[in-house]
Structure formats: structure tokens, C-alpha cells
Design a binder for this molecule. Structure first.
Ligand code: ADP
Ligand code: MG
Ligand code: MG
Length: 204
């Protein structure tokens, strides 16, 4: 079962990974954007981590709170996008306390739908969508096959990583990188890279 304590650890682990990858995320964004993706996420998730102990103590409430805190503190394009992801994930989980991996996967899908509602990305636009969609598909398929949690989250991470790596060859069609046109090809998308850390954090 996925408990509120597990989700709190997930968010804390994501904050730690964002902090340790902040330079890499800025460097990726320097190549096809404005070099601030790591700074944006770190600013927001430093606030999230510092106040996590006072966050609501139910799965849905906790993750909606993460979303609101991200919207107010991350900034850039990533703030509203990560914010929508967590807000919609929290809404979908609601007050369920006995979450199995299937229900969690459904929640992640709702989070992805929130990202799409906010930024209208589709597959292949070279955005965080290209990590989240294959990561969630792989996690959900493993959950449906009733693997144990470690195997389920490992499957999610592998799906996310292959989606992230595939952004290198894509031409950006959304966000700041899209201004570069053909010059965006050959670079890994920063948001697809940070979104992979959401899956890494499930295994911490
Ligand atoms: P900004 O471009 O405002 O500086 P960030 O650098 O924090 O914002 O975030 C850039 C990332 O946001 C991109 O790498 C991409 O993955 C993601 N992104 C940008 N626009 C969209 C969109 N419309 N839908 C989904 N993700 C997007
Ligand atoms: Mg940027
Ligand atoms: Mg910016």
C-alpha cells in the first residue's frame, strides 16, 4: 500500500534530487532555453521541503498542497506545469488512504492531464510530457501485472528514462526551446530530465 508517509518521503526525495541535479538542469536549459530550470525548481522545492512537516496529512491533500506551493514558488514555465501535475494528482487521489499502485497510476495520469490542460503538449513536442507519458504507462502496466512496488517503480523509471533520452533527437514545439526550431535538435530537454527525477524519487 502507498501511504501518506510514503508520499511525503517521495516529495522530500524529489526535492533532494532537484537540489543535487540543479546545475545539470540549468546546463541543459542553457543549451535550448534560459539556463534557469534547475534554479526555478530548486527555489520551489526548497520551500516545499522546508514546510513539508506542516502539510496536510492525507494523500490527496498533501499532493494538492505540493501543487499550490509549487505554483507559488517555482516560477518559469515549470511552476504552473509541475503545479498542475501535483494539484491534479492530489485531486484524483482525494481522501483515499489505502492507495494501491493502480490507483496511484490513475492519479499520475490525472496529473499528466493537468500538464496537458495547462500547456497543451502532445507526444513528441520535446517537453516533460515525453517523460511522464511513457513513465506512467510503464508504471501502470507493471501495477496491472501485480508486480511488487520496487519492480513497479523500476518499470516506471525505465519508461521515463527512455522517454527522456528520446527527447535529444526531437525538435521542440512548445515552450522557449521551440523558438530555436531546428537548433533545438540534439539536446536533451530540461523538463523531461527533471520529470524523470519524480520516478527516481519513488525508488529512494
Ligand atoms: P522557462 O522556459 O519559463 O524558463 P523552465 O526553464 O523552468 O521555464 O522550464 C522549461 C521546461 O518546461 C521545458 O524543458 C519543457 O520540458 C517544459 N515545458 C515548456 N513548455 C511546456 C508545455 N507547453 N507543456 C509541457 N511542458 C512544457
Ligand atoms: Mg528556463
Ligand atoms: Mg525562465
Amino acid at each position: 500500500m502507498i501511504t501518506v508517509e510514503f508520499l511525503r518521503h517521495w516529495i522530500a526525495a524529489f526535492g533532494t534530487l532537484v537540489d543535487s541535479h540543479h546545475d545539470q538542469l540549468n546546463a541543459l536549459d542553457a543549451a535550448i532555453g534560459d539556463a534557469d530550470h534547475g534554479t526555478n525548481l530548486r527555489r520551489g522545492f526548497t520551500v516545499v521541503s522546508a514546510t513539508l512537516d506542516s502539510a496536510p496529512d492525507a494523500p490527496g491533500g498533501l499532493l494538492s498542497w505540493v501543487g499550490k506551493t509549487a505554483v507559488s514558488n517555482v516560477g518559469g514555465a515549470a511552476g504552473p506545469l509541475f503545479g498542475s501535475f501535483f494539484l491534479c494528482l492530489g485531486d484524483a487521489l482525494g481522501n483515499h488512504h489505502d492507495l494501491d499502485a493502480r490507483r496511484f497510476a490513475l492519479g499520475l495520469r490525472a496529473g499528466l492531464a493537468g500538464v496537458v490542460a495547462r500547456g497543451s503538449a502532445v507526444a513528441g513536442d520535446k517537453t516533460m510530457y515525453d517523460t511522464l507519458a511513457p513513465g506512467i504507462d510503464a508504471l501502470d502496466a507493471a501495477a496491472a501485472a501485480q508486480y511488487d512496488h520496487t519492480d513497479i517503480f523500476q518499470a516506471g523509471l525505465r519508461g521515463a528514462e527512455s522517454g527522456r533520452d528520446a527527447t535529444i533527437d526531437l525538435l521542440a514545439r512548445k515552450g522557449r526551446a521551440s523558438y530555436l526550431g531546428e537548433r533545438s535538435v540534439g539536446h536533451q530537454d530540461p523538463g523531461a530530465t527533471s520529470a524523470t527525477l519524480l520516478f527516481s524519487a519513488l525508488l529512494e
